[in-house]
Design a protein around this ligand. Structure first.
Ligand SMILES: *[C@@H]1O[C@H](CO)[C@@H](O)[C@H](O)[C@H]1NC(C)=O
Ligand SMILES: *[C@@H]1O[C@H](CO)[C@@H](O)[C@H](O)[C@H]1NC(C)=O
Ligand SMILES: *[C@@H]1O[C@H](CO)[C@@H](O)[C@H](O)[C@H]1NC(C)=O
Length: 268
């Protein structure tokens, strides 16, 4: 009896392994856009890519090859810290950013999940004004200069990849370069409490669905049409497969586990 059972178990086990796949694969997505090759390579080398793939709702702020600066020559954990601030734990596409109209928002990044984020290091301040949409660290007095250039791809409401003009610099990530304004003890000049308690490692994801509103009226979305990438009509191929397999994987894993257990017992 065992050969049959064992091979069935093996097949199922293999299926499990192959389908523990997540909703998307950031490496594969960025592979389609060679102009983000350096950024993509950094995501892989730092191991952040697989971390990103484990999330179901993210926005990645990518920079083009020429704009990565010296990040490639920095120690790998430092590069990882910087890159973590480029991954927002929420879905933001052009349309949603457009709705910020002359306002700003504070968004949480993957750096916050490290548990070592100090002050506002784990957050970005996104502003929308007449100069367009600009991202910067939410740490006070930090540079606010990463301009939104274009939408690379999006798959509502799971992943959006946006291009920003430069690496976002969050003061203090390398342990000593907090700017003078942020350095003094927290209470010195801000009455606001904001003691930024250390978060638990796995932050509960903010509920996304509030965002289900009907896409904004076309009157103003037309401004954005040119920059909205033609490139991503929902990726045809493999990604669609990923999506459905992700849903099934839990059930399949369970079934596979039981089958394996059965055949092991039967073998005795
Ligand atoms: C997409 O995101 C929603 C929540 O925003 C989540 O419920 C869903 O499982 C995600 N889809 C995939 C394929 O992960
Ligand atoms: C994601 O895609 C890359 C490139 O195709 C591949 O090397 C990697 O194994 C994939 N990761 C997962 C988790 O499927
Ligand atoms: C975010 O930027 C806006 C506009 O520049 C500013 O008014 C606001 O104080 C900033 N918020 C934080 C938390 O830095």
């Amino acid at each position: 009896m065992s050969p049959l059972h064992l091979s069935a178990a093996a097949v199922i086990l293999l299926t499990c392994i192959l389908s523990t796949a997540s909703a998307f694969n950031i490496t594969r997505i960025l592979n389609r856009y060679p102009e983000y090759g350096v950024f993509n390579d950094l995501l892989s080398r730092t191991g952040l890519a697989s971390d990103i793939n484990r999330h179901s709702t993210v926005t990645v702020l990518a920079v083009k090859n020429g704009q990565v600066g010296d990040l490639t020559s920095r120690p790998i954990d430092l590069a990882e810290s910087f890159l973590r601030t480029h991954v927002i734990l929420d879905y933001y596409d052009i349309m949603k950013l457009h709705r910020l109209k002359y306002d700003h928002a504070k968004v949480t990044t993957m750096y916050q999940q490290t548990g070592i984020a100090d002050k506002n290091q784990g957050f970005l301040n996104v502003t929308s004004g007449k100069d367009g949409v600009i991202f910067g660290s939410a740490v006070r007095h930090s540079p606010h200069d990463a301009r939104l250039e274009e939408a690379v791809m999006s798959r509502p409401y799971n992943i959006s990849v946006l291009c920003v003009s430069c690496i976002i610099v969050t003061p203090g990530l390398d342990g000593y370069s907090m700017p003078p304004g942020e350095a003094p003890p927290p209470d010195s000049d801000s009455p606001a409490p904001a003691p930024a308690p250390r978060r638990r490692r796995r932050r509960k994801r903010a509920p996304a669905p509030a965002e289900e509103e009907v896409p904004a009226p076309d009157s103003d979305s037309s401004d954005y049409a040119p920059s909205d990438s033609p490139a991503d009509a929902p990726g045809p191929d493999a990604d669609a497969a990923d999506k459905s397999s992700a849903g099934k994987s839990a059930a399949v894993s369970l079934a596979g586990f039981f089958l394996l257990l059965c055949s092991l017992l039967a073998a005795h």
